[in-house]
Design a protein around this ligand. Structure first.
Ligand SMILES: Nc1ncnc2c1ncn2[C@@H]1O[C@H](COP(=O)(O)OP(=O)(O)OP(=O)(O)O)[C@@H](O)[C@H]1O
Ligand SMILES: [Mg+2]
Length: 146
């Protein structure tokens, strides 16, 4: 088990696209307390953006719902972010996580969200139950500051 977090925040937002930027900035401001590099912070923002967007457009299919966000950081400079929805859930997680896989029929999405989350963080886990919802947990460890 991980130690007690040094700091923690929780945020609940309506599943509206306009709130994606709000969530991204809020988590970014929280993680900035660790004084990460510009690149570390921008990677984290990208990963958060993909997860929140997925919750809104896939989890709730663009309809009403709440996106639950929890962020913590620890004294080893790691940040753990959970992004959860109580939406439709994912039938086949392994398939969904494959690069270029998208369930979007419109051809507007690239199917790269999970790949981005994976490459811009140090750990990604996906828990989901059809009809119950999805929880994404991402961990990013910032390098030691000189
Ligand atoms: N929160 C979620 N709830 C339900 N299904 C999801 C959720 N997140 C992802 N998925 C499913 O996983 C698929 C892959 O997600 P991913 O983010 O990799 O690609 P995308 O959202 O389709 O495209 P892109 O992110 O490139 O715009 C989605 O098409 C969707 O079917
Ligand atoms: Mg996506």
């Amino acid at each position: 088990m991980k130690n007690k977090p040094v700091n923690e925040m929780k945020l609940e937002i309506d599943s509206k696209s306009i709130n994606e930027g709000f969530a991204r900035y809020t988590i970014s401001a929280f993680a900035a307390q660790l004084d990460p590099t510009v690149e570390e912070l921008s990677d984290l923002r990208c990963a958060v953006s993909e997860a929140v967007t997925n919750a809104i457009i896939h989890g709730y299919r663009g309809g009403q719902g709440i996106v639950y966000i929890n962020a913590r950081y620890f004294d080893d400079r790691s940040v753990r972010i959970k992004i959860a929805d109580k939406g439709v859930g994912i039938e086949d997680i392994k398939l969904a996580m494959q690069p270029l896989y998208t369930s979007d029929p419109g051809g507007e999405r690239g199917g790269m969200g999970f790949a981005v989350m994976q490459s811009f963080t140090d750990g990604l886990s996906v828990r989901s139950k059809p009809g119950k919802g999805t929880t994404i947990t991402m961990t990013k460890k910032f390098a030691p500051r000189r």
